[in-house]
Write a protein that binds this ligand. Structure first.
Ligand code: IVH
Length: 591
């Protein structure tokens, strides 16, 4: 009986996944909404029945999925220059700090000229032109590799297929945002309602759904627009050293440049610009979520460079997002891949701009203290950057007697080890590394993710299954997996299991920085891993380093050095690393 229910659950999940894909990605549902709802209800009922008679956790997120899931249906496109992301803030005073930091970095206190424009809320695209002709177009992806959407981009009339004029660049990557006008979004949703189709929740989703269509004739029917805001490769025979002047040139070449921008060296003018944009924002026929401030001088931009994927020379100043009141129900404690314990606030679910939100990470003890947070407190929540749920403040005046102090666990909830305190992180952490089950799970997920060895096809759910079957305990075990192990996972067939084994094999070639990052050493993210790799150039040199040598490396301070030494000197960690060194081909590449 149980086996029958289980099999039916798996079958229904697969069906729902398939229909989600048809609906959200291909925009071509093949069943009516009511049939879809029936399948969903059936699955909810069966999962309930199964849970009543089994202690086994068979949770899956398909029931919570509402589309927009990244599906690699297009071929990959490697950007000629990386598509960077932006640091952002909601706080006006951060702009003064941003300006100060730049002056400090370049060791010059002279006023800096900034180019400010609107932060369009759409999809970043990169357009590559050679000898004036549009050759290819891609999405941002992870900044290095995006998806090839050339055919779809060709259907957007405001994107030139040929650069205007005689004086054109040999090669250029134009960067900008594809979006849908509010009025077109409204018309599109009206027609979807009349055709009994699900509506898009906002213009950004509509633009994303319209652009990532396998059938580009669908993209053509949707009225998509484009604004340029930057460039990647800029292979032009004349030197232009101002971002503003480059954009004006790009405009002359026929690209749409939005007219709302400011060129100024005065921070108070920039703040005035931000406030005025926020006032006329509702009148614009497209969505924006802030302004972007960029150093105008290209020479300075180059000098400033970037940290991880964020340029030091630019910041987004976002508009405040919508605030909603709710009440804290409980606090749970989550363990991360480096052992750090993060409090998570669970509150009465609320709807923020169409999305149901019920929990928010509180980051650390400092934040709990700063917010003066208690269980049963009334709070204001919002979605930072319109995505991540955050607590803005506690409504102290509404408090009643039911409030309870938040008690931090003294021991790890997963392995029972006594938690240690990091003053730097203002957090407790579990020092048990790979030996703590929950931490180990996160470590294994991270190790195989794109931040580590990038083993494609092995997602979080499969890793959980492999651990529960006893096939996966440490990162070394990835390389002992075979197809028999993988075939035990419900939903993984012969073809996929072969593919995963092949991907595991490919992942054995790994650069030193990626390998160091994959180890999940406290405080060592991809940026520090690159510094370490560039310095040691070999894994054995890194493994047998000492504290004083570490401190010689630029950007490696006391805390990082301490954490590295602690990690590599732990017997269990060393055994794992040495085994991995034997299996992998760890090569050095300067980054
Ligand atoms: S500049 C190196 N300017 O914001 C800086 N980005 O959060 C590159 N965006 O993926 C970006 N409007 O899609 C820049 N005026 C603007 C923008 C803008 C929207 C998007 C862009 C990027 C995201 C980063």
């Amino acid at each position: 009986m149980n086996k029958l229910i289980y099999d039916k659950i798996i079958e229904l999940r697969l069906k729902l996944r398939y229909h989600n894909y048809m609906y959200y990605t291909l925009d071509s549902p093949i069943i009516s909404d009511s049939i879809y709802d029936q399948l969903r209800m059936q699955l909810i009922q069966l999962e309930k029945e199964y849970r009543q008679t089994n202690s086994l956790d068979i949770s899956d997120h398909i029931l919570n999925q509402i589309g927009g899931k990244k599906l690699y249906v297009f071929s990959e496109y490697i950007h000629k220059t990386p598509m960077l992301s932006l640091n952002s803030t909601n706080n006006i005073s951060d702009i003064i700090y941003f300006d100060k930091k730049i002056k400090k970095y370049i060791k010059n206190t002279d006023n800096i000229k900034y180019y400010c424009d609107l932060k369009f809320d759409g999809l970043a695209v990169s357009l590559f032109y050679e000898n004036g002709l549009l050759i290819s177009a891609s999405t941002r992806g992870d900044g290095r590799i995006g998806e090839d959407i050339t055919k779809n981009i060709f259907t957007i009339s405001s994107i030139p297929k040929k650069i205007k004029g005689n004086d054109i660049p040999k090669k250029i990557e134009i960067r900008g945002e594809v979006f849908m006008k509010k009025s077109d979004f409204f018309v599109l949703n009206q027609s979807r309602i009349s055709n009994n189709k699900k509506i898009f929740s906002n213009p950004r989703n509509a633009a994303a759904g319209s652009l990532r269509q396998l059938d580009h004739t669908v993209t053509k029917q949707r009225k998509l627009m484009f604004f340029v805001y930057g460039y990647g490769l800029f292979n032009y025979n004349k030197t232009i050293n101002s971002h503003y002047e480059r954009l004006i040139k790009i405009k002359e070449w026929g690209f749409p440049l939005n007219k709302n921008f400011l060129l100024s060296d005065c921070i108070s003018n920039i703040i005035k610009f931000y406030n005025s944009v926020n006032i006329y924002r509702p009148k614009l026929n497209f969505e924006i979520d802030g302004i972007v401030i960029k150093v105008d001088s290209i020479i300075l931009q180059k000098k400033l460079g970037y940290v991880e994927k964020y340029p030091r020379w630019s910041i987004a100043l976002k508009f405040p997002s919508f605030d909603v009141e709710t009440r804290i129900i409980d606090i749970s404690f989550q363990i991360g891949r480096t052992g750090v314990i993060t409090p998570v606030a669970h509150f009465i679910p609320v709807n923020i701009c169409g999305v149901i939100v019920s929990k928010a990470s509180v980051y650390n003890i400092g934040m709990i203290k700063a917010l003066d947070l208690h269980i049963n407190d009334y709070i204001i929540v919002y979605r930072a950057g319109e995505v991540i749920p955050k607590i803005r403040k506690v409504l102290v005046n509404k408090r009643d007697k039911s409030i309870k102090k938040i008690i931090f666990p003294l021991n790890c909830l997963s392995c029972g080890t006594k938690l240690l305190y990091s003053t730097n992180l203002v957090s407790y952490y579990c020092p048990h590394d790979f030996l703590c089950p929950d931490q180990n799970l996160k470590r294994l997920i991270y190790f195989s993710s794109k931040h580590g060895l990038k083993i494609k096809g092995l997602g979080q759910k499969n890793i959980i299954k492999l651990i529960s079957y006893g096939y996966l305990n440490t990162p070394v075990d990835f390389f002992n997996l075979n197809t028999h192990h993988l075939l035990k996972i419900p939903g993984v067939g012969k073809k996929l299991s072969n593919k995963i084994i092949q991907n595991i094999h490919f992942s054995k070639n790994v650069s030193l920085d990626k390998f160091i990052s994959a180890l999940g050493i406290l405080y060592v993210g991809s940026s520090s891993a690159k510094r370490l790799s560039n310095y040691y150039m070999s894994i054995t040199k890194f493994l047998y380093t000492d504290y004083l040598t570490l401190l010689k490396i630029k950007g490696i301070g006391l805390n990082i050095a301490n954490s590295i030494i602690k990690f590599i000197q732990k017997k269990n960690n060393k055994i794992i690393i040495l085994k991995l060194i034997k299996i992998l081909n760890i090569f050095f590449i300067s980054k």
